[in-house]
Design a protein around this ligand. Structure first.
Ligand SMILES: *[C@@H]1O[C@H](CO)[C@@H](O)[C@H](O)[C@H]1NC(C)=O
Ligand SMILES: *[C@@H]1O[C@H](CO)[C@@H](O)[C@H](O)[C@H]1NC(C)=O
Ligand SMILES: *[C@@H]1O[C@H](CO)[C@@H](O)[C@H](O)[C@H]1NC(C)=O
Ligand SMILES: *[C@@H]1O[C@H](CO)[C@@H](O)[C@H](O)[C@H]1NC(C)=O
Ligand SMILES: *[C@@H]1O[C@H](CO)[C@@H](O)[C@H](O)[C@H]1NC(C)=O
Length: 460
């Protein structure tokens, strides 16, 4: 066992578009934090939306690969004609897609850098066009990418979208490209353009700018994002809907909710960690699939550790180390948002492996970085994958709502309801785990997993 990484959580103030400093987290644990720390001031002008609004009774399913060792959920896409295969990290905390350019000097010097995730060569695509706008994005974990905005055909899961705008990075500090699916107003570009949720609607592929995130069990190899619908087979109980909070004034930034109650629930007792109705201070939290862990106030994290009954803070990791056997505990941390929607986060999902040997995980930690509440004014508290896995979470970008239900893990049941402009209306899940024989498919779904031969395009 070797603590190969140092995890000092350096808090670096930087200018944010909100006018107040926000905090940049640098963590040397393998976890990634992906929400952009820098948004450009934008002119008010908006893209002319396509006026014809087509009805759609379809949904689009994007399969996610659980790359637990890198702490990320990846998806396979192809770009260009013929298609070039690329793997990118799915990110609800940012709003731009970017991929590595084949002329990235780092790719040329050390080809391994880009080999696993792929890189894109515009010159080999007959549908490629460039724009004159520079692309620059910086994330909260200190990584960044820059290059130019370009357009080409994007394909995944059997659908294709022409003239899709994305960043082509000629310089990036991470080899893994990012697929941001947040609000278009949160894009890194000076001028707002149609990103994936917009394009799926304007191309008539889905009827409403909304999608359902099902990361699935920590041990599962895949999860999914269902665009335009909800899958009743993937959750139990009913979807409770709450309103997203604005970041400042009337502007919606990252997906933000108020965390009003936290209760640790074990088999025999429950311990209140935060109760805003009893004088506790609710905190605003970002729901971000592009971040591996959570980021919460130190007082809250230590209270959870105390309730669990064991756990030692590690300066090296910036996390509380725990016995991996806690992954089989039935205890949950119940989180309530906006006093209305509760998500029970199982310890199995929250206790994450952080070091491995050939036998499996050797060191586990509570998947939440404690940060000093002294700097709470400007902190961005956040719930990443370690928390989101437990939920079936519907992000409705049109209605500015988030709906939450308890995920059913490893469910084989598919029962899709297409969302219309009304959004989620309290639907109940009927998911059951893998043994269930029930299988219903109400509507056409694009679930084809596209396997593309990359070779031809590379040597084109
Ligand atoms: C909905 O799907 C049915 C069957 O696939 C199709 O015939 C119909 O045209 C679709 N309606 C809309 C509004 O897309
Ligand atoms: C994505 O591509 C990788 C590598 O090419 C492959 O191992 C993985 O199974 C693919 N994922 C899906 C969901 O098709
Ligand atoms: C690439 O980005 C890094 C980090 O932002 C920067 O230090 C470096 O100068 C850049 N290299 C080029 C060739 O632009
Ligand atoms: C915690 O959440 C679970 C699952 O929703 C629920 O059954 C339980 O009653 C909750 N417990 C408390 C104390 O809120
Ligand atoms: C949207 O769907 C809900 C339930 O599926 C339905 O009750 C409602 O009438 C629909 N609204 C519109 C505007 O079509």
């Amino acid at each position: 066992m070797k603590f190969s990484t140092i995890a000092t959580l350096a808090l670096l103030a930087s200018e944010s578009v909100l006018g107040s400093p926000i905090i940049e987290y640098r963590s040397k644990t393998q976890g990634v934090v992906h929400f952009p720390i820098e948004a450009r001031s934008k002119p008010k002008e908006r893209l002319a939306r396509r006026l014809q609004k087509r009805d759609s009774n379809s949904t689009v399913t994007m399969t996610l690969d659980n790359d637990i060792k890198d702490g990320a959920y990846l998806t396979n896409i192809t770009i260009g004609t013929p298609g070039q295969s690329i793997r990118v990290q799915l990110d609800t905390g940012s709003s731009d897609l970017w991929v590595q350019s084949s002329d990235n000097p780092t790719c040329l010097v050390s080809p391994d850098f880009c080999a696993t995730t792929g890189k894109f060569d515009g010159a080999s695509s007959s549908t490629f066009t460039s724009t004159s706008e520079d692309f620059t994005i910086s994330y909260a974990d200190g990584t960044s990418a820059d290059g130019v905005y370009v357009k080409d055909t994007l394909s995944f899961s059997g659908i294709s979208i022409e003239k899709f705008t994305f960043g082509l990075a000629s310089n990036a500090s991470s080899s893994l490209g990012v697929f941001g699916i947040g609000f278009d107003t949160n894009e890194a570009a000076r001028t707002t353009y149609e990103n994936l949720p917009d394009m799926l609607v304007s191309n008539g592929l889905i009827g409403v700018k909304a999608y359902s995130l099902w990361l699935n069990d920590i041990d599962a190899s895949t999860g999914s994002v269902l665009y335009g619908g909800i899958d009743l087979g993937k959750f139990t109980g009913s979807l409770e809907t709450v309103s997203m909070l604005t970041s400042s004034g009337s502007t919606y930034g990252p997906f933000l909710l108020s965390l009003t109650d936290v209760v640790y629930v074990s088999a025999f007792s429950s311990t209140t960690i935060l109760s805003s109705s009893q004088g506790g201070n609710a905190i605003n939290v970002i729901l971000d699939s592009g971040t591996t862990y959570g980021i919460l106030p130190e007082s809250m994290v230590s209270a959870i550790v105390q309730a669990i009954g064991s756990g030692q803070y590690s300066e090296d990791y910036g996390l509380y180390l725990l016995d991996c056997s806690l992954q089989s505990s039935s205890a949950t941390v119940n989180l309530t948002f906006n006093n209305a929607a509760t998500l029970a986060v199982g310890l199995k999902q929250l206790v994450v492996p952080i070091e491995y040997n050939s036998q499996g995980s050797t060191v586990c930690a509570l998947g939440v970085q404690p940060v000093s509440s002294a700097s709470a004014n400007s902190l961005q508290y956040l719930l990443g994958d370690a928390f989101l896995r437990s939920g079936y979470i519907v992000y409705d970008l049109d209605n500015k709502k988030i709906s939450i239900a308890q995920a059913v893990f490893n469910s084989d049941t598919t029962d899709i309801v297409v969302l219309n402009s009304t959004g989620v209306t309290g639907e109940s899940g009927q998911g059951s785990s893998k043994t269930s024989a029930a299988f219903a498919l109400r509507i056409p779904v694009y679930t084809v997993v596209v396997c593309v031969a990359l070779v031809a395009s590379v040597f084109f």
